[in-house]
Design a protein around this ligand. Structure first.
Ligand SMILES: C[S@@+](CC[C@H](N)C(=O)[O-])C[C@H]1O[C@@H](n2cnc3c(N)ncnc32)[C@H](O)[C@@H]1O
Length: 288
């Protein structure tokens, strides 16, 4: 079947029908509109005002190949190369996790905790920064010095690009946080934040194919026999590198919230498990 014409309304109809093979009707409609709006550079919410507009052959080709990638379950964020995180537009690619709504919620909770407080003396660390989403959003609303670290050089390239694009100056550094020697070379901090890999290999069967096939494995998974490896390293790091009165904010595996909280109980004054908007135990705040 050929596209009836180069009019946006015909293109939506044609490619939505194709996408219906893999997605429900609402998702197909949403995805094709996102793809078109990206390639023809018209804001998503203005697309319906432009249904009679005709697009160029090269734009049609982009949409055609974008649809083929969607049909292979590739996330749209990787196809168009960007996503939104709070009020930031961020580049993403196969080396960076696509930031999740839960992580936006964590960043918002942290932002709220910093509101109306003097932040210019604070040093904040984001461990496993990926696209830089958490570090950039916290830097944007504060005068603190924010440092984002990741072991992936490719992810850090994207994080630095996002810092420039959004005009938010965060320092990014390549550090393997599981190497005691490398992490001990970091300075001291007042706030440590992390959304580290926390999905157990055994949970793979519960996950969507588009995540498993396209998102970086090293950003997501930990071994079943040591699923809290990053949290243990963070607790140990905090002993020597968290300033007095500091705190830690963590995104956690909902199935391991109690075990994760216990790791921090001995030395802290308070460990709070916080539920996310889906009412799952998803964050921990540790106060020292
Ligand atoms: C769950 S992702 C979080 C990415 C981003 N902060 C977010 O919230 O979307 C975990 C990140 O940890 C990084 N990572 C994995 N192993 C690491 C290690 N040993 N040292 C430092 N970073 C690591 C991955 O590259 C990935 O970017």
């Amino acid at each position: 079947m050929k596209v009836a014409s180069n009019k946006i309304s015909d293109i939506i109809k044609h490619y939505q029908t194709m996408l219906n093979k893999n997605y429900d009707n609402n998702s197909s409609n949403q995805l094709i509109r996102e793809l078109i709006s990206f390639y023809i550079k018209i804001p998503f919410n203005e697309l319906s005002l432009n249904f009679d507009k005709r697009i160029s052959e090269s734009q049609l080709l982009d949409i055609h190949f974008g649809t083929k990638r969607l049909l292979k379950n590739e996330p749209i964020q990787y196809i168009i190369g960007e996503t939104e995180f709070l009020d930031l537009t961020l580049k993403v690619n196969k080396h960076t996790l696509i930031p999740r709504p839960e992580t936006e919620e964590l960043a918002l909770i942290i932002e709220k905790s910093l509101k109306n407080k003097p932040t210019n003396e604070l040093k904040i660390l984001d461990i496993g920064t990926g696209s830089g989403c958490i570090a950039l959003s916290i830097q944007k609303i504060s005068n603190a010095e924010v440092i984002g670290i990741d072991f992936s050089a490719e992810a850090l390239l994207i994080a630095r690009e996002n810092s420039e694009l959004n005009n938010v100056p965060v320092k990014f550094k390549q550090v393997d946080f599981l190497s005691k020697e490398e992490r001990d070379n970091l300075p001291n901090f007042d706030i440590i934040i992390s959304n580290p890999p926390y999905v157990q290999n055994s949970e793979k069967s519960l996950m969507q194919k588009n995540v498993l096939d396209f998102e970086p494995e090293s950003a997501l998974f930990v071994e079943n026999n040591n699923p809290l490896i990053f949290y243990k390293a963070i607790e140990e790091f905090a002993k020597s590198h968290l300033n007095n009165g500091g705190c830690i904010w963590l995104e956690i595996n909902e199935y391991l919230s109690k075990e994760t909280a216990i790791l921090f109980e001995d030395r802290s004054t308070d460990v709070e498990i916080i539920n996310d908007f889906r009412d799952k135990s998803r964050f921990i705040k540790v106060t020292y």
